[in-house]
Design a protein around this ligand. Structure first.
Ligand code: PHE
Length: 344
Protein backbone atom coordinates (compact mmCIF):
# COMPACT_ATOMS: atom_id res chain seq x y z
CA UNK A 1 0.00 0.00 0.00
CA UNK A 2 2.86 2.28 0.79
CA UNK A 3 4.18 2.01 -2.74
CA UNK A 4 0.76 2.55 -4.20
CA UNK A 5 0.39 5.80 -2.26
CA UNK A 6 3.82 7.02 -3.33
CA UNK A 7 3.11 6.09 -6.93
CA UNK A 8 -0.15 8.03 -7.02
CA UNK A 9 1.52 11.02 -5.36
CA UNK A 10 4.09 11.11 -8.14
CA UNK A 11 1.41 10.81 -10.79
CA UNK A 12 -0.55 13.64 -9.25
CA UNK A 13 2.46 15.91 -9.22
CA UNK A 14 2.93 15.39 -12.95
CA UNK A 15 -0.74 15.69 -13.80
CA UNK A 16 -1.70 18.26 -16.47
CA UNK A 17 -4.91 19.22 -18.26
CA UNK A 18 -5.50 21.40 -21.31
CA UNK A 19 -9.26 21.42 -21.35
CA UNK A 20 -12.08 21.15 -18.88
CA UNK A 21 -12.81 17.67 -20.24
CA UNK A 22 -9.28 16.53 -19.44
CA UNK A 23 -9.50 17.92 -15.92
CA UNK A 24 -12.75 16.04 -15.42
CA UNK A 25 -11.17 12.86 -16.78
CA UNK A 26 -8.41 13.22 -14.19
CA UNK A 27 -10.98 13.62 -11.44
CA UNK A 28 -12.73 10.42 -12.49
CA UNK A 29 -9.41 8.57 -12.79
CA UNK A 30 -8.36 9.36 -9.21
CA UNK A 31 -11.43 10.34 -7.24
CA UNK A 32 -14.30 8.77 -9.17
CA UNK A 33 -16.20 5.69 -7.96
CA UNK A 34 -13.55 3.37 -9.39
CA UNK A 35 -10.75 5.91 -9.16
CA UNK A 36 -7.29 5.00 -7.95
CA UNK A 37 -7.56 6.89 -4.66
CA UNK A 38 -11.05 5.57 -4.00
CA UNK A 39 -9.81 2.04 -4.59
CA UNK A 40 -7.09 2.47 -1.96
CA UNK A 41 -9.78 3.30 0.57
CA UNK A 42 -11.44 -0.03 -0.28
CA UNK A 43 -8.14 -1.88 0.21
CA UNK A 44 -7.65 -0.04 3.49
CA UNK A 45 -10.58 -1.98 5.03
CA UNK A 46 -8.67 -5.26 4.79
CA UNK A 47 -5.26 -4.26 6.19
CA UNK A 48 -4.05 -5.30 9.65
CA UNK A 49 -5.61 -3.26 12.48
CA UNK A 50 -2.23 -2.13 13.86
CA UNK A 51 -1.37 -0.52 10.53
CA UNK A 52 -4.66 1.30 10.14
CA UNK A 53 -3.57 4.35 12.06
CA UNK A 54 -0.52 5.06 9.94
CA UNK A 55 -2.18 4.38 6.59
CA UNK A 56 -5.41 6.06 7.50
CA UNK A 57 -3.57 9.29 7.96
CA UNK A 58 -1.57 8.89 4.75
CA UNK A 59 -4.64 8.05 2.74
CA UNK A 60 -6.50 11.08 3.99
CA UNK A 61 -3.58 13.28 3.07
CA UNK A 62 -3.48 11.73 -0.38
CA UNK A 63 -7.16 12.37 -0.94
CA UNK A 64 -6.78 15.96 0.13
CA UNK A 65 -3.82 16.46 -2.18
CA UNK A 66 -5.65 14.86 -5.14
CA UNK A 67 -8.72 17.03 -4.58
CA UNK A 68 -6.62 20.19 -4.39
CA UNK A 69 -4.68 19.30 -7.52
CA UNK A 70 -7.80 18.66 -9.56
CA UNK A 71 -9.40 21.90 -8.33
CA UNK A 72 -6.27 23.68 -9.46
CA UNK A 73 -6.39 22.04 -12.90
CA UNK A 74 -10.05 22.98 -13.33
CA UNK A 75 -9.35 26.56 -12.45
CA UNK A 76 -6.44 26.78 -14.87
CA UNK A 77 -8.39 25.48 -17.84
CA UNK A 78 -11.38 27.68 -17.16
CA UNK A 79 -9.25 30.81 -17.04
CA UNK A 80 -6.95 30.19 -19.97
CA UNK A 81 -6.64 26.92 -21.78
CA UNK A 82 -10.22 26.56 -22.82
CA UNK A 83 -10.55 30.09 -24.18
CA UNK A 84 -7.37 29.67 -26.19
CA UNK A 85 -8.49 26.31 -27.49
CA UNK A 86 -11.82 27.81 -28.54
CA UNK A 87 -10.10 30.19 -30.94
CA UNK A 88 -11.75 33.28 -29.44
CA UNK A 89 -9.61 36.39 -29.48
CA UNK A 90 -10.21 38.21 -26.21
CA UNK A 91 -8.45 41.33 -27.44
CA UNK A 92 -11.09 41.98 -30.11
CA UNK A 93 -13.18 45.15 -29.56
CA UNK A 94 -16.69 44.62 -28.13
CA UNK A 95 -19.89 44.81 -30.14
CA UNK A 96 -21.77 48.05 -29.83
CA UNK A 97 -25.27 47.29 -28.67
CA UNK A 98 -27.72 50.10 -29.17
CA UNK A 99 -29.45 50.84 -25.91
CA UNK A 100 -33.13 51.57 -26.10
CA UNK A 101 -33.47 55.30 -25.60
CA UNK A 102 -35.78 57.33 -23.46
CA UNK A 103 -38.68 58.80 -25.37
CA UNK A 104 -38.32 62.56 -25.98
CA UNK A 105 -41.55 63.16 -24.06
CA UNK A 106 -40.08 61.32 -21.05
CA UNK A 107 -36.86 63.32 -21.30
CA UNK A 108 -38.66 66.67 -21.27
CA UNK A 109 -41.10 65.55 -18.59
CA UNK A 110 -38.16 64.69 -16.35
CA UNK A 111 -36.49 68.02 -17.06
CA UNK A 112 -39.63 69.94 -16.12
CA UNK A 113 -40.07 67.87 -12.96
CA UNK A 114 -36.41 68.38 -12.00
CA UNK A 115 -36.68 72.15 -12.43
CA UNK A 116 -39.74 72.45 -10.21
CA UNK A 117 -38.33 69.99 -7.68
CA UNK A 118 -35.47 72.45 -7.27
CA UNK A 119 -38.03 75.15 -6.50
CA UNK A 120 -39.48 72.94 -3.75
CA UNK A 121 -42.46 71.40 -5.56
CA UNK A 122 -43.59 67.84 -4.86
CA UNK A 123 -44.81 65.54 -7.63
CA UNK A 124 -48.44 64.42 -7.43
CA UNK A 125 -50.19 61.90 -9.64
CA UNK A 126 -53.78 60.87 -10.22
CA UNK A 127 -55.95 58.50 -12.26
CA UNK A 128 -56.38 58.82 -16.03
CA UNK A 129 -59.99 57.68 -15.77
CA UNK A 130 -61.55 60.46 -13.73
CA UNK A 131 -65.02 61.72 -12.95
CA UNK A 132 -66.83 64.89 -13.90
CA UNK A 133 -66.39 66.35 -10.41
CA UNK A 134 -62.56 66.31 -10.43
CA UNK A 135 -62.14 67.31 -14.08
CA UNK A 136 -64.90 69.92 -14.43
CA UNK A 137 -67.21 70.65 -11.55
CA UNK A 138 -64.69 71.42 -8.81
CA UNK A 139 -62.77 73.49 -11.38
CA UNK A 140 -65.67 75.89 -11.88
CA UNK A 141 -66.74 74.71 -15.33
CA UNK A 142 -70.33 75.85 -15.88
CA UNK A 143 -72.80 73.00 -16.55
CA UNK A 144 -73.03 73.74 -20.26
CA UNK A 145 -69.37 74.42 -20.94
CA UNK A 146 -68.38 72.98 -24.35
CA UNK A 147 -65.53 70.93 -22.83
CA UNK A 148 -68.22 68.85 -21.14
CA UNK A 149 -69.58 67.93 -24.54
CA UNK A 150 -69.06 64.49 -26.13
CA UNK A 151 -67.35 66.34 -28.99
CA UNK A 152 -64.46 67.30 -26.74
CA UNK A 153 -64.26 64.70 -24.00
CA UNK A 154 -64.07 60.92 -24.10
CA UNK A 155 -66.72 59.56 -21.75
CA UNK A 156 -66.35 56.13 -20.20
CA UNK A 157 -69.81 56.02 -18.70
CA UNK A 158 -72.25 58.81 -19.50
CA UNK A 159 -75.83 59.44 -18.54
CA UNK A 160 -75.60 59.97 -14.80
CA UNK A 161 -74.77 62.75 -12.43
CA UNK A 162 -71.01 62.25 -12.10
CA UNK A 163 -69.96 60.42 -15.27
CA UNK A 164 -66.58 58.72 -15.66
CA UNK A 165 -64.37 60.16 -18.38
CA UNK A 166 -60.76 60.28 -19.56
CA UNK A 167 -59.20 63.33 -17.95
CA UNK A 168 -58.82 66.23 -20.38
CA UNK A 169 -56.18 67.94 -18.24
CA UNK A 170 -54.12 67.11 -15.16
CA UNK A 171 -55.84 69.93 -13.22
CA UNK A 172 -57.89 67.05 -11.77
CA UNK A 173 -54.80 66.10 -9.75
CA UNK A 174 -54.72 69.59 -8.30
CA UNK A 175 -58.29 69.12 -7.10
CA UNK A 176 -57.36 65.79 -5.52
CA UNK A 177 -54.33 67.37 -3.85
CA UNK A 178 -56.30 70.29 -2.41
CA UNK A 179 -58.98 67.93 -1.11
CA UNK A 180 -56.42 65.76 0.68
CA UNK A 181 -53.80 68.26 1.89
CA UNK A 182 -53.82 71.50 3.84
CA UNK A 183 -51.93 74.57 2.55
CA UNK A 184 -49.13 75.38 2.05
CA UNK A 185 -49.38 73.24 -1.08
CA UNK A 186 -46.74 73.19 -3.79
CA UNK A 187 -47.14 70.39 -6.33
CA UNK A 188 -46.56 69.62 -9.96
CA UNK A 189 -48.76 67.11 -11.69
CA UNK A 190 -47.38 65.35 -14.76
CA UNK A 191 -49.59 62.98 -16.69
CA UNK A 192 -51.28 61.77 -19.85
CA UNK A 193 -54.45 63.52 -20.97
CA UNK A 194 -57.10 62.80 -23.59
CA UNK A 195 -59.18 65.06 -25.83
CA UNK A 196 -61.56 64.14 -28.58
CA UNK A 197 -59.70 65.98 -31.34
CA UNK A 198 -58.94 65.21 -34.96
CA UNK A 199 -55.30 64.16 -35.25
CA UNK A 200 -53.10 66.62 -37.14
CA UNK A 201 -49.59 68.06 -37.05
CA UNK A 202 -50.65 70.37 -34.21
CA UNK A 203 -53.26 68.34 -32.31
CA UNK A 204 -53.59 64.80 -30.99
CA UNK A 205 -56.20 62.97 -28.97
CA UNK A 206 -53.54 61.88 -26.45
CA UNK A 207 -50.83 64.10 -25.09
CA UNK A 208 -48.99 64.90 -21.86
CA UNK A 209 -49.16 67.80 -19.47
CA UNK A 210 -47.39 69.10 -16.43
CA UNK A 211 -49.50 71.34 -14.27
CA UNK A 212 -48.41 73.18 -11.16
CA UNK A 213 -50.21 74.51 -8.11
CA UNK A 214 -49.09 76.73 -5.27
CA UNK A 215 -51.51 77.61 -2.47
CA UNK A 216 -50.55 79.51 0.67
CA UNK A 217 -51.30 82.73 2.53
CA UNK A 218 -50.48 85.83 0.48
CA UNK A 219 -49.57 84.19 -2.86
CA UNK A 220 -49.77 86.86 -5.61
CA UNK A 221 -49.62 87.19 -9.37
CA UNK A 222 -46.05 88.47 -8.95
CA UNK A 223 -45.09 85.10 -7.43
CA UNK A 224 -46.64 83.37 -10.42
CA UNK A 225 -44.74 85.53 -12.88
CA UNK A 226 -41.47 84.94 -11.07
CA UNK A 227 -41.96 81.15 -10.97
CA UNK A 228 -42.70 81.03 -14.71
CA UNK A 229 -39.74 83.28 -15.56
CA UNK A 230 -37.36 81.13 -13.52
CA UNK A 231 -38.76 78.01 -15.16
CA UNK A 232 -38.35 79.48 -18.67
CA UNK A 233 -34.72 80.39 -17.98
CA UNK A 234 -33.92 76.94 -16.58
CA UNK A 235 -35.61 75.27 -19.54
CA UNK A 236 -34.63 77.49 -22.47
CA UNK A 237 -31.45 79.17 -21.22
CA UNK A 238 -30.51 82.23 -19.13
CA UNK A 239 -31.40 84.70 -21.89
CA UNK A 240 -35.01 83.54 -22.16
CA UNK A 241 -37.72 86.11 -21.54
CA UNK A 242 -41.43 85.73 -21.06
CA UNK A 243 -44.48 87.79 -21.86
CA UNK A 244 -47.96 87.32 -20.44
CA UNK A 245 -51.17 87.81 -22.43
CA UNK A 246 -54.61 87.98 -20.80
CA UNK A 247 -56.62 84.81 -21.30
CA UNK A 248 -59.52 82.87 -19.84
CA UNK A 249 -59.80 79.58 -17.94
CA UNK A 250 -62.82 78.73 -15.78
CA UNK A 251 -60.56 77.77 -12.87
CA UNK A 252 -58.27 80.81 -12.72
CA UNK A 253 -58.97 84.51 -12.35
CA UNK A 254 -57.18 86.46 -13.69
CA UNK A 255 -55.83 84.09 -16.33
CA UNK A 256 -52.93 84.42 -18.68
CA UNK A 257 -51.15 82.74 -21.52
CA UNK A 258 -47.38 82.84 -21.47
CA UNK A 259 -45.02 83.16 -24.41
CA UNK A 260 -41.28 82.60 -24.22
CA UNK A 261 -38.85 84.47 -26.43
CA UNK A 262 -38.00 82.34 -29.47
CA UNK A 263 -34.82 80.43 -28.70
CA UNK A 264 -34.14 79.81 -32.37
CA UNK A 265 -34.05 83.34 -33.82
CA UNK A 266 -33.67 85.15 -30.46
CA UNK A 267 -36.49 87.51 -31.23
CA UNK A 268 -35.59 88.38 -34.79
CA UNK A 269 -38.40 86.37 -36.32
CA UNK A 270 -38.19 82.91 -37.94
CA UNK A 271 -40.63 80.36 -39.30
CA UNK A 272 -40.85 78.48 -35.98
CA UNK A 273 -42.17 81.58 -34.18
CA UNK A 274 -43.88 82.72 -37.40
CA UNK A 275 -41.93 85.93 -37.41
CA UNK A 276 -43.22 87.14 -34.04
CA UNK A 277 -40.15 86.31 -31.93
CA UNK A 278 -42.41 84.63 -29.32
CA UNK A 279 -43.61 81.05 -28.71
CA UNK A 280 -46.61 80.14 -26.60
CA UNK A 281 -45.66 77.68 -23.84
CA UNK A 282 -48.32 77.57 -21.14
CA UNK A 283 -51.54 78.77 -19.53
CA UNK A 284 -51.75 80.02 -15.97
CA UNK A 285 -53.56 82.22 -13.49
CA UNK A 286 -54.61 82.81 -9.90
CA UNK A 287 -56.74 79.95 -8.61
CA UNK A 288 -60.40 81.04 -8.76
CA UNK A 289 -61.91 81.43 -5.24
CA UNK A 290 -64.73 79.09 -6.32
CA UNK A 291 -62.15 76.33 -6.92
CA UNK A 292 -60.57 76.83 -3.50
CA UNK A 293 -64.06 76.72 -1.93
CA UNK A 294 -65.01 73.53 -3.81
CA UNK A 295 -61.83 71.93 -2.44
CA UNK A 296 -62.44 72.97 1.16
CA UNK A 297 -59.90 75.83 1.31
CA UNK A 298 -61.02 79.24 2.61
CA UNK A 299 -60.37 81.81 -0.16
CA UNK A 300 -60.44 84.62 2.44
CA UNK A 301 -57.34 83.15 4.08
CA UNK A 302 -55.49 81.50 1.21
CA UNK A 303 -54.70 82.32 -2.39
CA UNK A 304 -52.78 80.43 -5.03
CA UNK A 305 -51.61 80.19 -8.58
CA UNK A 306 -51.75 77.39 -11.12
CA UNK A 307 -50.16 76.77 -14.48
CA UNK A 308 -50.25 74.06 -17.09
CA UNK A 309 -48.17 73.17 -20.13
CA UNK A 310 -48.11 70.51 -22.83
CA UNK A 311 -44.95 68.39 -22.69
CA UNK A 312 -45.01 67.60 -26.43
CA UNK A 313 -45.21 71.31 -27.19
CA UNK A 314 -42.16 72.12 -25.05
CA UNK A 315 -40.29 69.19 -26.66
CA UNK A 316 -41.26 70.46 -30.14
CA UNK A 317 -39.80 73.85 -29.35
CA UNK A 318 -36.69 72.38 -27.80
CA UNK A 319 -35.87 70.11 -30.73
CA UNK A 320 -37.75 71.95 -33.48
CA UNK A 321 -40.02 69.03 -34.25
CA UNK A 322 -42.69 70.25 -36.63
CA UNK A 323 -45.26 67.48 -36.39
CA UNK A 324 -46.85 66.28 -33.14
CA UNK A 325 -47.65 62.90 -34.67
CA UNK A 326 -43.97 61.88 -34.59
CA UNK A 327 -44.25 61.44 -30.84
CA UNK A 328 -46.87 58.71 -31.12
CA UNK A 329 -45.95 56.78 -34.25
CA UNK A 330 -42.88 55.05 -32.80
CA UNK A 331 -40.99 55.46 -36.06
CA UNK A 332 -37.55 54.11 -35.22
CA UNK A 333 -35.84 56.77 -37.38
CA UNK A 334 -37.35 59.51 -35.22
CA UNK A 335 -36.72 57.79 -31.88
CA UNK A 336 -33.13 57.01 -32.84
CA UNK A 337 -32.35 60.71 -32.80
CA UNK A 338 -32.60 60.57 -29.02
CA UNK A 339 -30.59 57.36 -28.72
CA UNK A 340 -27.45 56.73 -26.72
CA UNK A 341 -25.24 53.68 -27.09
CA UNK A 342 -22.79 51.84 -24.87
CA UNK A 343 -20.08 49.32 -25.52
CA UNK A 344 -20.54 45.96 -23.86
N1 PHE B 1 -55.67 73.02 -17.55
C1 PHE B 1 -55.32 73.97 -18.57
C2 PHE B 1 -55.33 73.26 -19.92
O1 PHE B 1 -55.39 72.07 -19.95
C3 PHE B 1 -53.99 74.59 -18.36
C4 PHE B 1 -53.96 75.46 -17.16
C5 PHE B 1 -53.62 74.96 -15.94
C6 PHE B 1 -54.29 76.80 -17.28
C7 PHE B 1 -53.61 75.77 -14.83
C8 PHE B 1 -54.28 77.63 -16.16
C9 PHE B 1 -53.92 77.09 -14.95
O2 PHE B 1 -55.27 73.87 -20.94
Amino acid sequence: MKEAIEQIKAELAALKAKTAAEAEEARVKYLGKNGKVTKLFDDFRSIAPEMKREFGQKLNELKKAATAKIEQLKEEVSSSGEVEASGNDLSMPGDRLPLGSRHPVSIVRQQIVDIFRKFGYDVAEGPEIEDDFHVFEALNFPPNHPARDMQDTFFVSAGHENPLLLRTHTSSIQVRTMLSQKPPIRVICPGRVFRNEAISARAHCIFHQVEGLYVDKGVTFADLKQAILLFAREMFGPDANIRMRPSYFPFTEPSSEVDVSCNICHGEGCNICKGSGWLEILGCGMVDPNVLKACGIDPNVYSGFAFGMGIERIAMLKWQVNDLRHYFENDIRFLKEFETSVEV
